[in-house]
Design a protein around this ligand. Structure first.
Ligand code: SF4
Length: 163
């Protein structure tokens, strides 16, 4: 979904969004029941934690590096074993949906160095072209994807804006 801004090679070399520290463990992807089923078929030993009404989070694996957790679907050589069928949350990262004063908003995680090199106007135009609508409409069907605002990530688009 982000290939116009972020090349597949850049993501393949980085994999930062699939490794979590104790401080960003809440950023782990929110999974729909369908994705959970697919993951269980691929890796029956995988463990989940319930999130909200009908979503799940992965129980993350501690890596060899102290205090870092790796997504159980991450293959260190080939990347995500779900390929192009990753959770919606992973497809749109570093964009995320949050709620600020009861209003839905799309923010960007500053952890993604490549995206943070883009001018903010380019990111906003990119979202407004059609991704923002997709994100808001996905969140309507899957409200568990909406995270609490972290009070620091840049806010790019508010739901009420016309685009
Ligand atoms: S599901 Fe795939 S893309 Fe998402 S965090 Fe795990 S390995 Fe990374």
């Amino acid at each position: 979904m982000l290939t116009k801004l972020l090349s597949r090679n850049t993501c393949a070399e980085c994999k930062l969004c699939c490794i979590f520290s104790r401080y960003d463990i809440l950023e782990t992807p929110v999974l729909s029941p369908e994705i959970r089923k697919k993951c269980e078929q691929l890796l029956p030993e995988i463990k989940f934690i319930s999130k909200g009404k009908e979503s799940y989070l992965f129980r993350m694996n501690l890596t060899e590096q102290q205090d870092l957790f790796s997504c159980p679907l991450l293959n260190s050589e080939t990347g995500c074993i779900l390929g192009t069928e990753k959770p919606f949350d992973c497809q749109i990262w570093p964009f995320q949906i949050t709620k600020i004063n009861h209003q839905e908003a799309i923010i960007i995680s500053t952890l993604c160095e490549s995206m943070m090199q883009q001018p903010i106007g380019v990111l906003i135009d990119f979202l407004k072209q059609d991704l923002a609508e997709k994100i808001f409409s996905y969140a309507e069907q899957n409200p568990d994807i909406i995270r609490p605002y972290d009070n620091r990530s840049p806010v790019l688009v508010l739901k009420q804006e016309k685009f």
